[in-house]
Ligand binder design. Structure first.
Ligand SMILES: Cc1ncc(COP(=O)(O)O)c(C=O)c1O
Length: 381
């Protein structure tokens, strides 16, 4: 049976040179979205074999989507029941690059709607592509993290041209339901807008929720692309290979016709890693979801014991918990928590003007998570 192997502290420090390497000794890292778990054996085997045969040149990019396209198509069919033609799978360096390329090439110049809170690098993308960013705040006191469709409609009516959707959501952990997505689609279609759907966390939906790819909805093919990758779910973000999924032939052609320099920097080992993950990673992914589900339950127990005033809506996907710690009275609780021996991500990275929130990475061992929440409780208490 495939099992998730926890890295020891020494292994984690050697393997995760950002998450662990840039955290001071004695502090437990629970910030950047990497998991303290060993990478799945089939991926490591495929990478070793590629290195052994010297596959270190440029990656291939066949017109029909090639092995990578077929691998993603089979994965999407298996995981999400979504039929994606292999030739609609276009490689790109990473998801952040893929979103920027889609924005640059496919979107009209008008403003980009960014639901906030949102993954921090997404905050720079509008400006980087010569656009204004119009925030769509998600009510921090609301019942769920669904988008406010009236506010979205208003932004498009006032001239916004593109929505950057992140689903499942980082940092909220929300999985948009089919009905929510249909509501979003209807607003976008009414205004002739576009959607870029960042679905990097799609494989990380936990029991109780279902990932509905935006492009799997009727009436989305001509106005949307999805940007996906094996990197988050399989812990291989340093390999640099994501995929832009297009919905129709015209969009595919527009992306294929751009100058090579606009989208040429994915790596051959990234392709090897992604193919191995998509074709052989299923059992490991199933074990991971089981582990993350356990971590989610453990977190609830630990919060009740050590941080009873913390608020957290149900984590439906990802291993990133968005904690509302406003009751503890600190604008930037991450600072106090770090002084208390845990590095979490400050909420302001995701929503610059929102006080009192942190993002906690729970993809670690049960023992570390227990110590993390105990230290957080002591620091804030
Ligand atoms: C929603 C979201 N998009 C993109 C990324 C970054 O992906 P990449 O490293 O492929 O740019 C992350 C990383 O955590 C993320 O959470």
């Amino acid at each position: 049976m495939t099992e998730i192997r926890d890295l020891t502290d020494d292994e984690a420090r050697a393997a995760l040179v950002l998450k662990w390497g840039e955290t001071e000794p004695g502090v437990i890292p629970a910030w950047v979205a990497e998991m303290d778990y060993a990478v799945a054996d089939p991926i490591l085997d495929a990478l070793r074999a590629a290195v052994d045969r010297g596959e270190l040149g440029y990656p291939a990019f066949p017109d029909d989507g090639g092995e990578l396209g077929r691998a993603y198509a089979a994965f999407a069919a298996d995981q999400f029941g979504w039929q994606v033609p292999a030739d609609r799978v276009l490689p790109t360096a990473d998801v952040t690059v893929g979103v920027r390329v889609a924005l640059d090439v496919l979107s009209e110049p008008g403003p980009l709607v960014l639901p906030v809170p949102s993954y921090d690098p997404q905050h720079g993308l509008a400006q980087l592509t010569g656009r204004e960013q119009w925030d769509l705040p998600v009510d921090p006191d609301g019942d769920d993290y669904a988008l406010d469709l009236d506010a979205l409609d208003d932004l498009f009516a006032r001239g916004a041209r593109t929505l950057l959707l992140t689903q499942p959501h980082n940092p909220c952990g929300h999985v948009h339901t089919r009905a929510e997505l249909e509501g979003i689609r209807d607003v976008v279609v009414r205004h002739g807008g576009r959607v870029i759907s960042d679905e990097i966390h799609g494989p990380l939906v936990l029991p109780g929720a279902e990932h509905v790819p935006y492009l799997s909805l009727d009436g989305t093919a001509d106005h949307a692309v999805a940007v996906v990758a094996a990197s988050k779910a399989f812990n291989i973000p340093g390999l640099k290979c994501a995929q832009i999924i297009t919905g129709d032939e015209a969009t595919t052609q527009r992306l294929l016709e751009i100058p090579m320099a606009q989208n040429d920097s994915w790596g051959s080992l990234g392709v090897v890693g992604a193919i191995a993950a998509y074709t052989q990673g299923g059992p490991w992914l199933a074990a991971l979801i089981e582990r993350l589900d356990q971590q989610r339950s453990l977190l609830a127990t630990l919060l009740a014991e050590h941080l009873p005033a913390a608020r957290m809506r149900r984590l439906e996907a990802t291993y990133l918990a968005w904690l509302d710690l406003r009751a503890y009275g600190h604008d930037n609780p991450a600072e106090i928590i770090r002084a208390g021996g845990v590095r979490v991500s400050p909420g302001q990275a995701y929503w610059p003007t929102l006080p009192g929130h942190v993002r906690l990475n729970i993809a670690t061992s049960p023992a570390r998570l227990t110590e993390i929440v105990r230290r957080m409780g002591r620091a804030l208490g």
